[in-house]
Ligand binder design. Structure first.
Ligand code: SF4
Length: 488
C-alpha cells in the first residue's frame, strides 16, 4: 500500500505508470534499480482492449489524483523522500551535547546495524511499492564510528527497499579524529558523496572547553584525506558564541576554516541546554552564560567573511560556495523584485527537504520522521531499539510510516502543516516561502492565511516580499525566533 493512500485507485494509477515504463530513464549508478517495461509483446487485440481500458482507468485515476493533490498537497508516493538514519554512538559525550547519543556503547553497533536493516525492510514492506528517495543522511552521534562494511550493508538494503534516485545525495556526519584515508576511500567507493565534518573551532582552548576529542590538525588531515578519496562536497560545522569567547578568536577560526576551502559551512551559536554538564555549571555560576550581543556580532562577522569568500547564505545557519554568476544573482536579488527561487547547487539537499517541509523517514533510536502526513518519533534508547527489532515480524499493509520502534505517530492537520511550512521555509534566507508553491500545495495564498501576521512583520522590517517570495530581511535573520513565534 502506498503512503497516505486511502484510495486504491491512486496506487493502481501509479503502478500502471511504472509497468508501462515511462516513469523515468534507466538508472545506471551503483544504487538505483533498472526500470524495464514489464511486458513488451502482447496479442494485438488484447493489447488494444487493454490499452483502451487502461486509458479510461488512467483518466479516472488521474482525476482522483488531482483531487487528492488539491486536497492534501503533494502526493506522498510521487514526492521524493529523504531518509535520515541516526547513529547514537560517540567516543565521549561532550559537555554541551543534548542529542540522543551515548558513549561507551560501541559494543551495541553490530546489533544496531541489524536493527536498522530490519527497520528499512519493515517500512518498505508496509508500502507496497518502492518510495522515491533522493537524499540519505547518516547523522548522530558519530556515524563515522561505524565500519565501512556496515554502511555498505545498510545502503544495499536501502537500494533494494526504495527507489533511489539518480543523482542522490548520500551524506555522512563525521568527527575529524575518527577518519583515515582508507576509511574515506571505502566510503566513497560504496556511494557516499558528501561529508559533514564537526570542526567546531580551530582554537585548542575552545575545543578543550567543549570537550571535543580532536584538534585543528585532525581537521586539516580529514579534509586532505577526503579530497584524496575523491570527495568534492565537504561541509564544516562551526560553533560560536561560547562563554567569554573573543571575536578575534572567532575570526581566526573562520579564517582557518576558509583555508580548507570546503564547499559548505554550517554555523551554530552555542546554546546551553538544561541537563547537560555545561547547563549545570551555568546554573551554579561556574561559567557565564553566552553574551547574546557578542553572538550577534560574531554572526554578522561570519556573514561578511563568508560572503566575501564566495559563499552564499541560503539558510539562517548555512552557506554554500557558489560561482560568481550565482553570487551576482544573489546580490542582485536583494535590490530588485526578482528573488532566486532556488538555493545554490551545493546547498545540503537533505536539509532543504526539512526546510521545505517535505517528507522524510527517520530511522534509528530517537529519530524523527515526517511522511504520509504523520510525524513519527522512535524509541530513544539504542538497547530498546535493538530489542524491538529482535522479535518483530513484517508489518501489516497500511502501517507506513510506523515501525516497531515508533513510540509516537501524530497526524498533522492542514492548519499545522501550513504553519510548519512557514516556520521552516522562512529559515531559507534566499528562497524563502514561495506563494506560488504554497498555493499549489494548500490551495490558498499565504496572505489569505497569515495576512495579519505578515503585515505586522513587514511593518517591523523583519519580513519582506520579493516578488512572490516571502522571506526574512537581514534584520529578521538576527531576530528569527521573534518572527517564527507568529506562526506557531
Ligand atoms: S561528538 Fe557531537 S553528538 Fe557526540 S557527544 Fe559530542 S556534540 Fe554530541
Amino acid at each position: 500500500m502506498l503512503p497516505n493512500s486511502g484510495d486504491d485507485y491512486t496506487s493502481l494509477f501509479l503502478a500502471l505508470r511504472i509497468d508501462f515504463g515511462f516513469s523515468r530513464p534507466l538508472n545506471t549508478s551503483r544504487y538505483g534499480k533498472k526500470k524495464q517495461p514489464s511486458f513488451s509483446i502482447l496479442p494485438t487485440v488484447h493489447c488494444i482492449l487493454l490499452t483502451a481500458y487502461c486509458s479510461l482507468f488512467t483518466v479516472h485515476c488521474l482525476l482522483l489524483t488531482v483531487h487528492r493533490i488539491l486536497i492534501t498537497g503533494i502526493l506522498p508516493s510521487m514526492t521524493p523522500h529523504s531518509i535520515y538514519l541516526h547513529i547514537p554512538f560517540c567516543q565521549h559525550r561532550c559537555n554541551y551535547c543534548d542529542f540522543n547519543t551515548y558513549a561507551r556503547l560501541e559494543k551495541l553497533i553490530p546489533g544496531y546495524v541489524d536493527a536498522l536493516i530490519k527497520e528499512i525492510q519493515i517500512l518498505a514492506a508496509g508500502l507496497g511499492q518502492p518510495l522515491p528517495v533522493h537524499t540519505i543522511y547518516f547523522g548522530g552521534g558519530t556515524p563515522s564510528l561505524l565500519p565501512a562494511h556496515a554502511f555498505e550493508k545498510i545502503l544495499q538494503t536501502l537500494d533494494a527497499a526504495f527507489d533511489l534516485e539518480i543523482p542522490i545525495e548520500i551524506n555522512l556526519e563525521a568527527n575529524p579524529g575518527t577518519l583515515s584515508l582508507p576509511y574515506l576511500r571505502a566510503l566513497k567507493e560504496i556511494g557516499f558523496n558528501r561529508i559533514s565534518l564537526g570542526m567546531q573551532s580551530a582554537h585548542p582552548d575552545e575545543l578543550v572547553f567543549l570537550e571535543r576529542l580532536h584538534d585543528y590538525v585532525d581537521v586539516v588531515e580529514a579534509v586532505k584525506w577526503a579530497r584524496q578519496a575523491g570527495f568534492d562536497n565537504l561541509s564544516l560545522d562551526l560553533i560560536f558564541g561560547l562563554p567569554e569567547q573573543q571575536i578575534d578568536v572567532w575570526r581566526d577560526t573562520l579564517d582557518l576554516a576558509l583555508r580548507l576551502t570546503p564547499e559548505h559551512f554550517s554555523l551554530y551559536a552555542l546554546t546551553i541546554e538544561h541537563g547537560t554538564p555545561l547547563g549545570h555549571w551555568a546554573d551554579r555560576g561556574l561559567i557565564p552564560e553566552p553574551d547574546p550581543d557578542m553572538a550577534a556580532d560574531m554572526y554578522e562577522l561570519a556573514c561578511e567573511t563568508l560572503s566575501g569568500a564566495g559563499y552564499v547564505q541560503y539558510e539562517i545557519s548555512n552557506w554554500a560556495y557558489s560561482s560568481s554568476v550565482e553570487r551576482g544573482a544573489s546580490s542582485e536579488c536583494l535590490s530588485t523584485l526578482h528573488a532566486p527561487r532556488s538555493s545554490p547547487p551545493l546547498a545540503c539537499q537533505h536539509n532543504l527537504q526539512y526546510w521545505r517541509n517535505r517528507p522524510y523517514l527517520g530511522l534509528g533510536a530517537g529519530a524523527h520522521g515526517f511522511a504520509d502526513g504523520i510525524r513519527t518519533i522512535n524509541v530513544l534508547s539504542p538497547r530498546s531499539y535493538i530489542q524491538r527489532f529482535s522479535t518483530c515480524n513484517l508489518q501489516p499493509a497500511n502501517s507506513f510510516p510506523r515501525a516497531p520502534a515508533t513510540i509516537e505517530a501524530n497526524p498533522i492537520d492542514r492548519d499545522t502543516e501550513m504553519r510548519e511550512t512557514m516556520l521552516m521555509g522562512l529559515r531559507l534566507t534566499r528562497a524563502g516561502v514561495s506563494d506560488e508553491r504554497f498555493r499549489t500545495r494548500f490551495g490558498i495564498s499565504i496572505n489569505e492565511v497569515f495576512g495579519d501576521e505578515i503585515s505586522e512583520l513587514v511593518k517591523w522590517g523583519l519580513l519582506e516580499w520579493v516578488g512572490e517570495i516571502l522571506r526574512l530581511t537581514p534584520r529578521g535573520r538576527l531576530l528569527g525566533n521573534q518572527v517564527f513565534m507568529h506562526f506557531v
